[in-house]
Design a protein around this ligand. Sequence first.
Ligand code: ADP
Ligand code: ZN
Ligand code: ZN
Length: 843
Amino acid sequence: MSSSDNEINESASLSLGLFPEVVTLFVDVIVPLPLPNLLTYRVPAIMNDMIQVGARVIVQLGTRRILTAIVARVHQDPPKKYIAKPLLELLDEAPMVTTYQLELFRWVADYYMCHIGEVMNAALPSGLKINSESKLQYNPEFDVNTPLTETEGKLLEAVQEKNSLSTDEAARLLGQKDIYPIIKSLSKKGAVLVYEEVKEKYTPKIVKKIRLTRDYEDWEPLKDLIDELEDRKQYKQVGVLMKYLARVPVMQNRTANADGLEKSVLVKDDISESALKTLVKKNVFEEFEIIISRFADVPYSGDDVQLSDSQQLATEKIMSYFKTKDTVLLHGITGSGKTAVYINLIQKVLASGSQVLYLLPEIALTTQIVSRLRKVFGDQMGIYHSKFSDNERVEVWRGVLSGKFNFVIGVRSAIFLPFDNLGLIVVDEEHESSYKQYDPAPRYNARDLALVVARLQQAKVLMGSATPSFESFYNAKQGRYGYVKLTQRFREAQLPEISLVNIRIERKQKKLKHNFSDTLLTSLKDNLTKGEQSILFQNRRGYAPYVMCEDCGWIPHCHQCNVSLTYHQHTQEMRCHYCGFTEQMSHQCPVCGSTRIKTMGYGTEKIEDELKLLIPQARTARMDLDTTRQKNAIQNIVQAFEAGETDILIGTQMLSKGLDFDKVSFVGIFDADHIIHFPDFRAHERAFQLLTQVAGRAGRRNTQGRVLIQTGNPELFVIEKILQNDYEGLYEKEIPERQKFNYPPFTRLIRLIIKHEDEIMAEEAAQALANGLREKMGSRVLGPEPPLVNRIRNQFLKDILIKLEKDNINLRLIKEQIREEIQKILTTKQFKQASIVIDVDPM
Ligand code: ADP
Ligand code: ZN
Ligand code: ZN
């Protein structure tokens, strides 16, 4: 039959009413791009039965671009202003994104004033977003016995050979345009992994193992073999066999053989290796590999945590608050064992059949906490970490959907996981500013989103901190949150004793050695003599914040940003901490030619350097952004310190985040002043949090720890409160000022950042925007003003701050007005090159 016959027949049968009329469906989809509108596509009729909200689809945008989109709505209304293109592929038979998530995405886009596509982008791991630039990689975990079609086989071979293949290359290779069905099928069969870009290769941890082959699982053949080997004096082989039998109870239990033994246990030297090789050749042993999870070395022990009396009491209070309140703030001093309280509550919620999400700041999510939780929760716990490969994140996503993981511990983006039955969200270290995403949009705060997610799913939120954010504490005081305190350290451990050293006086008395006070050095040395560990805190990385010519005063600056370059000695570079620009350290001044270039100020690198001279016998290590870029770097530093291989750990604020070290009895704070003098309304709150948290690393067991703070301003109120561990004292002093000057928690802030390559244009655009806003919102609008660093990446920056009262205000209308005013500026011809960032609730 020719195709025209076919057509005739088809229309004939339609008109005869033999087939039901096929409806044309359309979908509105979210694409992962900053676009204001959802896009409408036509659903090819064959997908009609399967298409559903929350499924991923492949769409073409423009003439070339291929993207993964999420179906947000299915309907029958063709778009009025354009002809809808058909969907290219439907990726999921069941929704990959739940209706709760779609609602959350909308909420986030609305509240944080960004596009829903940007939210999608932040929420979905890239492995769930195939696009025309996606790369395919061979999945090392692929089961090679899986049947493949010829085309699939061809593509997979190419992927394997080339290590990675872009979807464009794949299309060229197969000589066909429409390759998404093949990629979809290969990925479904577990043959390939799809990456947005190849950042790191997913390499599962593989262990080589040995077991007896089927033929030798029984005693008879085995005994014959051993006799034979002994006759031939092949004692090495006998030795290997005996060793295996001693470790694996094959005779008692056959399944023990199936699990085998790690090869490394059996093979200790060349001789045993060659003996084993022979036995494998003879088909007595066989080698096999297993893939183990990254945290597999931490066994599930079914451990139950025994709460102390005060922890028990706190738990009961929290539960009773949850009867009437959705959120509880657990204010527990460092070392009080907040984690034990969380564990207890999490167990209760999981037992009731609900899901649990446990949020932690990135850096705190190390093996320390994971192993503590693993022991209790075993495999039902998923880990969602940005240092994990994308594939691992996809696994957690799918695991939540399939019910494999009822409990996930994760960093801020875990708030976007596809839960649908949450009972509890724990936000640990809730004061941490790393819950806020700075760049790119959505500039969300996961702590605040926890409340939104909880509301959508009728879950409870437990926030915990030793130093709560003033916002949360205020909410607790207002009765909006339940408030529970833990005032004792676990097992009678005591809070450290904090003392000061006045660096100004010591300087005058010429007692400083490279800014190390006598007291600080003596304390570090004493601790070393006692065989105890110390932490030295300085919140600046690199060697020196800047360098200067001693003769003419020249200071090298970044040529793209208005900041001095930081000197990194290790790489002999000057580096911009804002844009990443680097240049060789210059040893001669380009202005006056002098070679007297002096390093100014102290970064962690310099401190470690000088410590090596001042206390040469100490083993030091450093933990800052520069030493922790590698995937397992944090882990390694933490483990070496735990194992006692390091005496003094020098580090930045990374050290303050929930790490629990047994043997640290002394913490030195090198320079408290630059933290306190930061020009921000939260500076004192931050300083208190940071210094108290760092101090809290000391003396977690038995002996009381000591903390020494070097400062030139011992008279400051905030310093006094830190010494007294008086959180509420500081709060009571600061809060009236916040109220007086209209800062959070009394207002909501929206920060607008205007960027332009030209300084005058930046100023004019910002002025025009501020004027427009002022007409509508009056004195709520402040600025424009240049921020502290007023040029970054060749863009001049201007800040406008909008302070909005919390009650009796139409936030929706205000945001609408802000959007309009921004739109006006961006569509004004002369400001075309300007860009404007909106940051709601900036931190
Ligand atoms: P926080 O987070 O409140 O600073 P942690 O939860 O890290 O405190 O607890 C401090 C230390 O005390 C940890 O080493 C922890 O293992 C131990 N700990 C606290 N509570 C218990 C408990 N109920 N049983 C056993 N160990 C506990
Ligand atoms: Zn000079
Ligand atoms: Zn720069």
